[in-house]
Ligand binder design. Structure first.
Ligand SMILES: Cc1cc2nc3c(=O)[nH]c(=O)nc-3n(C[C@H](O)[C@H](O)[C@H](O)COP(=O)(O)OP(=O)(O)OC[C@H]3O[C@@H](n4cnc5c(N)ncnc54)[C@H](O)[C@@H]3O)c2cc1C
Length: 558
């Protein structure tokens, strides 16, 4: 076991280092925002994927197709080889890949411009991974993925990603090199063999979006967008697609309401690609497809309300089927303070409730189930040393937040500044005694003191008989000042959607393709199930570019 826990030897020139790492924390703070610890809203699952919060017994509204939009209602028809619905990362990648292959492309977007967010793309290979002297054990990582998804995914799609995402990433890296944006690997991946991260998370540095304090992946998205324009793709903004047009069994176009409220039919000779993102903007769909997280207090998807599951609905109406089971959520545990690591965690009742040395969704879901969807990460004066001692055996997304990536050094000053900032903003508390800390957090003092005392005994014994946390993470809480950081979950996105085959063709429940209809990015399904595996951090965006890149290849042959 100890051998498994050794850090891999790698060439660190390719990793994000020093100031870059600190900037990531700053950028994440502005993007992820800080929320207050509010009581949970109630939403009771009916056990069938529905919820009593909205439509208790009735059939979901989107199960019924709307009336068709007839020709006399259409003011204009525009015909191209390919129509892409949605100008997010997946749609832009699909448009660019198709246009670069010589196809004419229309992209229909409801917003005033393209959308993008996030910090990095996770893939199973790339020329940067290889140049760093690394390789990702695809067979092992793929097996972990399928296990994490409860064996409910389409394994052919998972194989497609593991086999082709490196090629798609190289396509993006070429654009970044040409556009003056540096692509680096993130070095904070988890070293825990039970919750492994592979070093495939590519972040973007030095571009105009990152320099302006916006999300770093926007620089890559922007370069793909610009190349799609250069290859001739046409973007139609402030056009909301409401319905697909079918002729016989084939989807032949998408009908959009334009800014002047008239209908435009965008016809496609080769195919319509749905790229409308997730369902975060539709509470009824959240209650139905993601009841476990539907009432999470913090939902971060932007632009707010734009992703109302329209592509999911239109795909169903056109004969496609939805993936089975609930949709997996992509969560993070830092809607409150940033610093948590694997320190003692207590809820508002002062009780410890889990093994804190777990992964992103493990933490987030556990916090979500606590009173007020909130817990406190408790540590003392020695927290930086304690954290550093644990990092070679754990770490990873939303844990290794303050390490100086690349050097292997802990950024003690940056870390302490982050903790002090949380105290200043009210997302954390600092006190000279445990009694005062309990009062500051509003936790019953007796319960808190007895939990800390018991935890310190476990630390002294070196065995966590309560939850089985490894002894390398058993840091006692003994020396003032004492800290309590608010730990709260947030939804980033919901990654479930329409069934697709390995051509990204939308299919019915039996796997029969709906002719002319494709789906990429979060509107497409069966790549994730049950949970969002993060052993390749950033794989949601990795999938967007891979599916977008590959659907161009399919459409070229169509
Ligand atoms: C704060 C934050 C940070 C994140 N960071 C990361 C990260 O670092 N790495 C990672 O892998 N993932 C990250 N994610 C998730 C990731 O950003 C998304 O999963 C991914 O960008 C989804 O891309 P998409 O193209 O599928 O959808 P989107 O980018 O959501 O694009 C969908 C587009 O379709 C448009 N649209 C919707 N309906 C219609 C309609 N009817 N007609 C016309 N247009 C329509 C929308 O306006 C939108 O522009 C993050 C998410 C958040 C919220």
């Amino acid at each position: 076991m100890e051998e498994d826990r050794q850090e891999k030897t790698i060439d660190r020139r390719f990793f994000l280092q020093g100031a870059g790492a600190a900037a990531l924390v700053t950028a994440m703070t502005s993007t992820f925002g800080l929320a207050g610890c509010a009581p949970a809203k109630s939403g009771t699952s009916d056990g069938n994927g529905g919820s009593s919060a909205s439509s208790p017994k009735s059939e979901p509204s989107w199960f019924t197709s709307p009336e068709p939009i007839i020709d006399s209602e259409i003011s204009e028809t525009i015909e191209t080889d390919v129509v892409v619905v949605g100008a997010g990362m997946a749609g832009i990648s699909a448009a660019c890949s198709s246009a670069e292959r010589g196809l004419s492309v229309s992209v229909i977007e409801r917003g005033e411009t393209w959308s993008g967010r996030g910090f990095g793309m996770g893939v199973a290979d790339s020329k940067i991974v290889r140049a760093a002297g690394l390789s990702i054990d695809r067979a092992k990582a793929q097996k972990y993925w399928i296990h994490c998804c409860g064996s409910r995914v389409n394994e052919s799609l998972v194989s497609l990603f593991f086999n082709r995402s490196g090629e798609a990433m190289d396509w993006v890296i070429d654009k970044c090199e040409k556009g003056g944006v540096s692509v680096l690997l993130w070095d904070g991946y988890s070293r825990d063999p039970e919750f492994p991260d592979e070093p495939g998370y590519h972040v973007f540095f030095g571009g105009p979006e990152q320099s302006a304090g916006r999300d770093w992946s926007r620089d890559a998205t922007k370069l793909i967008y610009e190349d799609s324009l250069a290859a001739g793709a046409q973007y139609y903004y402030e056009n909301t697609v409401e319905l697909l047009r079918k002729e016989g069994d084939r989807v032949v176009g998408a009908i959009a309401k334009s800014a002047d409220r008239s209908y435009v039919l965008y016809k496609a000779t080769k195919g319509v690609v749905l790229a409308t993102g997730d369902i975060s903007g539709d509470q009824e769909m959240l209650d139905y497809y993601a009841p476990e997280v539907a009432h999470c207090n913090s939902k971060l998807y932007t632009p707010i309300g734009f992703n109302s599951g329209d592509g999911h609905k239109m795909g169903l109406w056109a004969g496609g089927a939805m993936q089975e089971g609930h949709f997996p959520p992509m969560l993070h545990p830092q809607a409150g303070a940033y610093q948590q690591s694997a320190f003692l965690s207590v809820n508002q009742n002062g009780e410890r409730f889990f093994n804190e040395a777990t992964w992103v969704n493990g933490k987030s879901l556990s916090y979500l189930r606590q009173p007020g969807q909130c817990a406190y990460s408790i540590f003392d004066k020695n927290w930086t040393d304690d954290n550093l001692a644990g990092l070679p055996f754990g770490g990873g997304m939303f844990w290794d937040t303050f390490r100086v990536m690349g050097s292997g050094q802990w950024d003690a000053a940056g870390g302490q500044a982050g903790v002090d900032g949380a105290v200043e903003s009210g997302m954390g508390f600092k006190a000279d005694s445990l009694e005062e800390l309990a009062v500051a957090c509003g936790i019953p003092e007796d319960s808190f003191l007895s939990t800390v005392k018991h935890y310190n005994e476990l630390c002294a014994a070196g065995v966590d008989t309560d939850f089985g946390k490894d002894k390398v993470f058993l840091a006692p809480v003994v020396e003032p000042p004492f800290y309590a950081m608010k730990a709260m979950p947030a939804i980033l996105t919901i990654v479930g959607g329409l069934k697709v085959d390995t051509n990204l063709n939308v299919t019915d429940a039996d796997g029969k393709a709906v002719e002319g209809l494709f789906a990429v990015g979060n509107v497409s399904g069966d790549f994730y199930a049950v949970d969002y595996p993060i052993n390749i951090p950033g794989n949601s965006q990795g999938r967007c570019i891979t599916w977008g890149y590959l659907v161009g290849e399919t459409l070229e042959k169509a």
